[in-house]
Design a protein around this ligand. Structure first.
Ligand SMILES: Nc1ncnc2c1ncn2[C@@H]1O[C@H](COP(=O)(O)OP(=O)(O)O)[C@@H](O)[C@H]1O
Ligand SMILES: [Mg+2]
Length: 222
């Protein structure tokens, strides 16, 4: 694999992204609840952990140890030893934990940072829009700084809202999150199956896509 890329643990998603997660950048996966965002995060984390590298995993939506075990399989125990899990309960805690994880990334030489999701706690913040956007921007800039300083990818997920006027589902986080994410994958849920669509990329045509279903071990391309 190209050394500027880190495998997502899914050959189909690696292909879609032009070889995997790009180092020194933020990759965003967004879509409605149950579309497979956390599954993709766990897959990517397990792929890096299985290579022997630590992973910093910030989970604001409730980490499922069972799902981690299913995806890691026989390697679950050794992978768990290198997993640094943070579970913020407020948007402020999320900011603090993003700050704290720098020391771990630095001292343990982590190979990946995951934030699943950036917007769950942001969404519940009762601050005025401008202020919450500013804080979100600050968190993202910090993460991007780590990606660059430590030459690793950052993978984030994003929740969606319904744009009533246009009748479409859109990612939260406004332009701040859209701009700072160098690659964006949208996941569409269709009955049993899912479709991953490349919505933004620096060096690939947009709208590349593949279909998949969620299985015990992660995802299966259809
Ligand atoms: N072991 C499994 N086998 C098949 N499907 C599963 C398994 N575990 C979870 N799922 C399915 O995965 C979906 C949730 O995926 P998840 O990655 O948590 O979505 P998101 O993070 O986007 O909300 C649900 O449809 C659930 O039924
Ligand atoms: Mg999830």
């Amino acid at each position: 694999m190209d050394s500027s890329r880190v495998s997502t643990g899914s050959p189909a998603l690696d292909d879609l992204l032009g070889g995997g997660l790009e180092r020194r950048t933020i990759t965003q996966v967004y879509g409605e609840p149950g579309c497979g965002k956390s599954t993709l995060c766990l897959l990517a984390a397990v792929a890096v952990l299985a290579e022997g590298l630590p992973v910093v995993y910030i989970d604001s939506e409730g980490f499922s140890a069972d799902r981690f075990r299913q995806i890691a399989g026989d390697a679950a125990e050794s992978c768990a030893d290198r997993l640094f899990l943070f579970e913020p309960e407020t948007f402020d805690q999320q900011a603090i934990m993003i700050g704290e994880c720098e020391a771990i990334v630095r001292s343990r030489h982590a190979g990946l940072i995951v934030l699943d999701s950036v917007t769950a706690l942001y969404r519940s913040e009762m601050l005025p829009g401008g202020e919450v956007q500013r804080r979100l921007g600050h968190q993202l800039v910090r993460l991007l700084g780590y990606a660059k300083r430590f030459d690793i990818p950052v993978l984030v997920t994003n929740q969606v809202y319904m744009d009533i006027d246009r009748g479409v589902v859109k990612g939260l986080g406004g332009t701040t999150l859209r701009h700072i994410s160098k690659a964006i994958v949208r996941i569409e849920k269709r009955n049993g199956s899912r479709r991953a669509v490349l919505e933004k990329h620096r060096s690939l045509p947009e709208e590349g896509a593949f279909e998949f279903e969620i299985v015990k071990e992660g995802i299966k391309r259809l």
